[in-house]
Structure formats: structure tokens, C-alpha cells
Design a protein around this ligand. Sequence first.
Ligand SMILES: [Mg+2]
Length: 246
Amino acid sequence: MTAAKLRAITFDLDDTLWDNHGVMERTETGHYVWLDAALADWLEQSGDTPTERFAERFPLAAYQERRLKLAQRHPERRSDFTWLREHALASLLRDYALSEHDAARWAGLGMQRFLELRHDVTPHAEVEAMLETLALRYRLASITNGNVDIARLGWQRHFPIAIAAGELCTPKPDPRPFLTALSRLETQPSETLHVGDSWQEDALPAWRLGMPVAWIASADTGLPTGIHRLSHVRELPELLAWLEKR
Ligand SMILES: [Mg+2]
């Protein structure tokens, strides 16, 4: 690959700029427990105490199963996790004998709680200062399949261009979110480094478009030219310095 001068960097978010594992576990359990308790209080106050609580009748596994079924019925929505969750919750709540209106309202409240917990992320210590420094030299964009909203994190200053590929229903590895980012960055693939942790969703699709790649991973086996492995995003400035010297 001929080395082109880098002008822009696109970043995956989850498990690239922060460790997402604990966040998803806390969020998944947390919003369901909250919904179960808040709903039980509300039903009690309305003088209507069902024999079984919502989460007893529909444990977390039933909710997960309902999401899978919904994704199979609506393949065009399979990557829009917020939509899938809200519709699965509403459907379970209707099965719990709530009216259409109350089911929709409680599903909405459950999702508000979900999104509060979902945004409780702790970026790696070096990330914000690194992004500020990089922004002086490169145009930056984020491309995520997840449902973190850059504006809700107050991160528009880091990522004036933020692509929510899952909600656009063209999740990575589809090339479209990368192409959208490139078009908005007004850069060529060879001038734009993609940084991400997933081989299938970040490294491969970006590399196939001709973008250089920083792949954050612990394994390092037989990488094609143009894909550079980092064990942590904090090593990015060092890679950039090396790429710029070529
Ligand atoms: Mg990721």
C-alpha cells in the first residue's frame, strides 16, 4: 500500500475508547430490575396487585428471547438495539395484562432508565486528552453499531461527525457507515485511519475499503499490510508518529 498522508481518524466506541463489558451487564440487569420494582409500586398504588411480579413472570431470559424473536421477524431492525428493546418490553408488558397505552408508557420509562445506565461509561484515562491533541491535526469521526449517543456524553467537541450505524440499520461490517464517514470527512480512504477492536466489524471492512487500520486486540497473527495491531488505544499516538514518518 502506498503511504498517503493521514488527514482523518475514525473511531469505534465500545471496547475501543472504554471497556464496555461491565457497562452492558449493569445496564441490562439494572433497567429490568428498575422496571420490575417501579411497575410493582405503581400497580400497588392503583390497587391492583397481580399474584406474580413482572420479572417473576418474565425473567431476564424471557426478555432476551423476545428480542431475538422480534429481530427475526424484523430483520431490517436487527441492529437497532434500542428499537428492539423497547418493542420487546412493550410486548411483554401487554402479555402481563397491561393496556396498550400503559405497556407503551412503561416500556418507554424502562428505556429511559436503560439509556441513563448505558451512558454511564468510563473512557480509558488517556482518551480525552488524546482526542483533544489529535483534533489539532486530524479530522475525527466516530462510527458505532451501539446505542451510545455522542451528544448525551457531551462529546460533540471530540466527534463533530458521529455515525450511529446500528440505528441507521446498516451496521458495520456494512461499508456504508464507513463511506458516510469518509464523505462527511471529505477524505479518501487511504488518508483515513480507522481505530476499532472488532476484526469483523472494524478492521476487515475498513481495510477492504483501502483505509489503514489500527486494530485493538490481544492476538497478533498474520496481519495484512495496512492493519496495525495495538493492545490499547493509548498506543495510537505512537502508531500515528510512525505512520507519519514513512
Ligand atoms: Mg467495539
